[in-house]
Design a protein around this ligand. Structure first.
Ligand SMILES: Nc1ncnc2c1ncn2[C@@H]1O[C@H](COP(=O)(O)OP(=O)(O)OP(=O)(O)O)[C@@H](O)[C@H]1O
Length: 981
């Protein structure tokens, strides 16, 4: 089609253009005027013929000699052309559309109606094409079109008409206005031979080269060679020498080719649609037209292409619109489909979730026990995963109105605490990691929340230990107990733990029966004191210190009462740092025994809640005298705690628990099987940075200790029964032996039963002679302040002595002026049955005796207890009755722990860094035990207590031994518990 378009150019005009561009000589020939003259004469000829043929058309005659413009406009509507062709060949254009308006009146450039334009012109062009007359393009009728081509076409039609009029003999040849004599050029019908050959032409010899040019041009353009072109060529060549002609022709030819190429390229954009038309099956099936589309077809295609294009555009627009609508609808429906699917999926998911929930509920309902058990296991697993020794840290807030509230604690983030270290204590900052860090604003409730799972564990049969560590005034007591005036909100861990226990116990009451009892002890100057000793005023006896240290409790109120008592009893000393400072370790121990109502299984849990004495160094507290000794004891016990923790951390086979009462007390909570939480406290003041750093370093060390998985204390019903049988048998045997060997039988069965039983909560530490009957405080035995039965002379002498009886008749601690009498009174008064234990010193543990003896060493020995010593004294226990020990023994009695501590203090002042006090304690304890028995049999009581008591405790001791001593004044409790709501 590109070629086709190119060939529709007027070859003559192209050649003329080229020739014009080619040389200056054309100008010399006055080419323009000649050309115009030529064109005009041809136009006149055409117009004349048209006038002759059709006359006046559409009320407007075509001028006889029209200008190019007039000629174009006159033919623009196609009416004249159609009429003339119908005259030449009737019916060539069957229907001529008459324009309502004269086309000439339509301003040039104004678009004619598409109908007129296409219909008439198209029909005319199709008709001339049919005949084989050179055509023009419809656009040639518009401004800028080539009127010469229209003229050519009209003259061609004229020639054809004349040929027909002459009878249509022979082959019609288009000759234009060329003189027949000089021009033999003619057209043949398009189908007579291939178009390229359809143009035949003869020329004179001297016109040969130009003819060649014309032939080629004509064969390509399918236009006839024009008269003007021939004349032009003649004019150009007339003055040329023959040898110049080839060069000139060659040059012109190359220019023509160039021009053709250029025009083809410039019209490339118009060829898209015609290209489609060229695929018209008609043209394609036509072998002759396969290379060049026949001129008539081309026109047809061009015109039909335009209308088709419009149609096509229109249709494709509609199609596009409906397609996009369809697409949108499809998209919408897809979207809806997806949404429905999603909802269905969700629904199914929820449905299956619901199903699972229902199943879960059914499962839970059918196996409440199992769920409870699993729950417990999971709970404890979580706890165990957190690590056996958990370390929490709490920062005390500044006191209201305190000057210089610049805290050393720089940042608290999750479990990391960063402290700022002033330059004199080192410099920069240091971070410490703990399981949890509570800032100054943490509430008591928040703090407890993190401990709550541990509390729950006690009811599940685990041993738990929570101890508060930190320098004086850092908030240990605040955390464990609360502030001075305790309200419900400010209650510390102790109260919350107990009330939580009752709450959970109540929740489980359908499946478990729980018995809870508490004891409170204090370790002061390495002496253990019972804090739950009732202090009562008695008219003539002064203070009497009766019965139970292990007290059953059934409500939070009971606990509050007991704690008030304990707090009152607690030794409090003033220091330069904190005038309320407690110089003792206090421990609230809660024993829980739970019996599964369906299986009979017994769970035993025990919880130590320890408020340690201040950890500050002695020099800081500016202590002297008694306070100095207190501080030394405290430091020593805390360093013993450090040693225990260090050896646990290193997984040493030997752990020096015996180096202090504190470590002995906590042994069952530090050595494994228990869940332990250390709660370190720090003060925010910059003056405290030294203590703060050592506290935090210690705490970090503790955090490295792995105790291994905690174990539940559980006895099946069978085991429990068997144990009880053994205990009963042993008791019976002992009684029998006692009856036969001694006339001694001072105690009532009631006492024997009540106090002789060992604690049901510590089966591991119980001797085989211990039953599972409740009522004893085994932990006290562990601590060692209990009157352990030694391999004493008395023991040898009184082999048949019933230990239970013996214990029951032993004077209580703190002692009373008349033990026997008081016991009787106490029994009456308390009547608390098996849960009430007389005094902690009455506890007997034969199994431990050897250890105690073995551990004893002469005062002044440094270092930890060694196995060597243990072996030594175990092999020869009589050594404990060396003169020295005897003297010491004589110097105190079992009730006078504080009196014993006096001696110890003296010794200890020189050996404050050793474990000596422990040894002394062991020693004292042996003495106490012996003394107890002595008292029990009513002999040699007066040999004891050479010293007068310096402290209330000592006075108690003295009063016991002399039975005349004063009673200790009640010590004002550090915390007064009165829950205000
Ligand atoms: N978290 C806290 N929020 C408010 N006040 C606190 C907090 N911690 C401690 N205190 C207050 O700080 C003071 C000292 O606290 P506390 O007696 O508990 O310290 P301590 O470490 O037990 O001292 P000591 O070693 O002498 O027994 C008390 O008045 C207490 O009420």
């Amino acid at each position: 089609m590109a070629a086709e378009a190119a060939f529709s150019f007027s070859v003559a005009s192209v050649v003329e253009d080229v020739l014009q561009q080619h040389g200056t000589r054309l100008k010399d020939l006055d080419f323009e005027s000649r050309k115009a003259e030529e064109a005009a004469s041809r136009r006149y000829e055409a117009a004349g013929w048209l006038r002759k043929m059709v006359g006046v058309v559409a009320a407007k005659d075509l001028p006889a000699e029209p200008s190019e413009e007039e000629f174009r406009l006159g033919l623009r509507s196609g009416i004249i052309l159609c009429n003339v062709i119908n005259k030449v060949q009737s019916g060539a254009v069957p229907k001529v559309v008459e324009s309502p308006v004269d086309s000439a009146l339509i301003p040039d450039g104004a678009p004619l109606s598409a109908y007129q334009y296409f219909e008439n012109v198209r029909n005319f062009l199709v008709a001339v094409q049919e005949i084989g007359i050179p055509t023009f393009e419809a656009s040639d009728l518009e401004q800028g079109g080539k009127s010469s081509r229209i003229v050519n076409c009209v003259l061609g039609l004229k020639s054809y008409g004349e040929w027909k009029q002459s009878g249509a003999n022979g082959v019609w040849k288009f000759g234009g206005n060329l003189k027949p004599a000089t021009s033999t050029k003619s057209f043949v019908r398009k189908n007579s031979e291939p178009f390229t050959n359809s143009l035949s032409r003869t020329s004179s010899l001297n016109e040969k080269s130009v003819t060649g040019l014309n032939c080629e041009a004509e064969s390509n353009s399918k236009t006839s060679g024009s008269h003007s072109l021939s004349s032009l060529v003649h004019a150009i060549l007339s003055d040329k020498r023959p040898e110049e002609v080839p060069m000139l022709v060659e040059s012109v030819l190359s220019k023509v080719v160039e021009e053709f190429e250029h025009r083809i390229a410039s019209r490339g954009g118009e060829q898209v649609q015609p290209k489609i038309a060229s695929r018209d099956p008609v043209s394609q099936s036509n072998g002759s037209a396969s290379k060049f589309v026949m001129p008539d077809k081309k026109v047809d295609n061009r015109i039909s292409t335009v209308s088709k294009k419009d149609d096509f555009i229109q249709k494709s627009r509609v199609a596009e619109q409906s397609r996009s609508q369809l697409l949108k609808q499809k998209e919408l429906s897809d979207q809806q489909q997806r949404e429905i699917q999603f909802i269905q999926m969700k629904f199914q998911e929820e449905f299956s979730n619901l199903g699972m929930h229902v199943c879960g509920l059914a499962h839970a309902a059918s196996g409440y026990h199992r769920v409870l058990e699993e729950n417990r296991k999971l709970y404890n697993q979580v706890q165990d995963l957190k690590g056996s020794i958990r370390v929490y840290c709490r920062v005390r807030p500044f006191f209201p109105g305190q000057p210089n509230q610049l805290s050393t604690v720089e940042n608290i983030e999750d479990g990391t605490l960063t402290v700022h270290i002033p330059s004199k204590n080192g410099k920069g900052r240091k971070s410490f990691n703990f399981n949890k860090v509570f800032g100054p604003s943490a509430s008591q409730a928040e703090v407890f929340l993190d401990m709550q799972p541990l509390i729950r564990s006690v009811l599940d049969g685990f041993n738990v230990c929570i101890f508060a560590y930190g320098q004086t005034g850092s908030g240990k007591t605040y955390t464990m107990t609360g502030p001075k005036e305790i309200t419900e909100k400010s209650q510390g861990v102790n109260y919350r733990a107990l009330s939580d226990l009752f709450l959970i116990a109540d929740q489980r009451k359908d499946t478990f029966h729980y018995d809870v009892s508490v004891q409170m002890i204090e370790i002061y100057n390495e002496q253990v004191r019972d804090l739950l000793v009732k202090i009562r005023s008695s008219s003539n006896k002064g203070l009497s210190v009766p019965d139970a240290s292990l007290v059953p409790v059934s409500s939070t109120l009971d606990v509050i009462e007991l704690m008030n008592l304990g707090q009152r009893n607690r030794a409090v000393g003033a220091t330069a740092l904190n005038d309320r400072s407690s110089r003792s370790h206090s421990c609230l121990t809660v024993h829980v025994q739970g019996r599964d109502l369906t299986t009979g299984t017994v769970l035993r849990g025990c919880m130590h809640l320890v408020d340690l004495a201040g950890s500050e160094r002695v020099d800081k507290s500016e202590a002297t005298g008694d306070r100095l000794k207190e501080a030394q004891h405290i430091n020593k016990s805390l360093s013993a705690l450090g040693d225990v923790i260090a050896s646990l951390a290193q997984k040493n086979s030997h752990v020096p628990y015996r180096n202090s009462k504190l470590t002995q007390l906590l042994q069952d909570s530090l050595g494994g099987q228990a869940k332990t939480l250390m709660f370190v406290h720090i003060s925010p003041e910059s003056e405290a940075i030294g203590e703060t750093l050592s506290t935090l370093k210690f705490a970090e060390r503790v955090a490295t200790v792995e105790l291994g998985a905690a174990r539940v204390n559980k006895d099946s019903a069978d085991v429990k029964e068997l144990k009880e049988q053994i205990a009963n048998l042993k008791a019976a045997l002992a009684r029998k032996e006692g009856e036969s060997e001694h006339s001694f039988s001072g105690s009532s069965e009631k006492y024997r039963t009540r106090t002789g039983d060992l604690s049901p909560y510590h089966p591991n530490q119980r001797g085989t002679d211990a039953g599972d009957r409740p009522g004893c405080r085994q932990p006290m035995v562990e601590v060692g302040n209990i009157g352990h039965q030694s391999k004493s002379r008395f023991r040898h002498k009184t082999q048949s002595l019933d230990f239970d009886e013996m214990s029951s008749t032993s004077p209580p601690w703190p002692p009373v002026s008349s033990p026997g009498q008081n016991y009787a009174e106490d029994d009456k008064e308390t009547g608390s049955g098996e849960w009430v234990d007389k005094v902690m010193v009455n506890k007997q543990d034969i199994n431990k005796t050897d250890n105690l003896l073995g551990c004893w060493e002469s005062p002044g020995a440094n270092g930890n207890l060694s196995d060597v010593f243990y072996q030594k004294y175990l092999q020869d226990s009589s050594k404990m009755y060396s003169e020295q020990s005897y003297n010491m023994f004589m110097g105190g009695n079992q009730f006078n722990m504080m009196a014993g501590s006096d001696e110890m203090d003296e010794l200890d002042a020189a050996t404050s860094d050793s474990s000596e006090p422990d040894l002394l304690w062991q020693f004292n304890h042996s003495k106490l035990t012996t003394m107890t028995m002595t008292n029990a049999v009513g002999s040699k009581t007066k040999r004891s207590i050479p010293k007068s008591a310096k402290s209330p405790e000592m006075r108690i001791g003295a009063s016991v031994s002399n039975r005349t001593g004063r009673h200790p004044a009640p010590v004002d409790g550090k915390r007064k518990v009165g829950i205000r709501k």
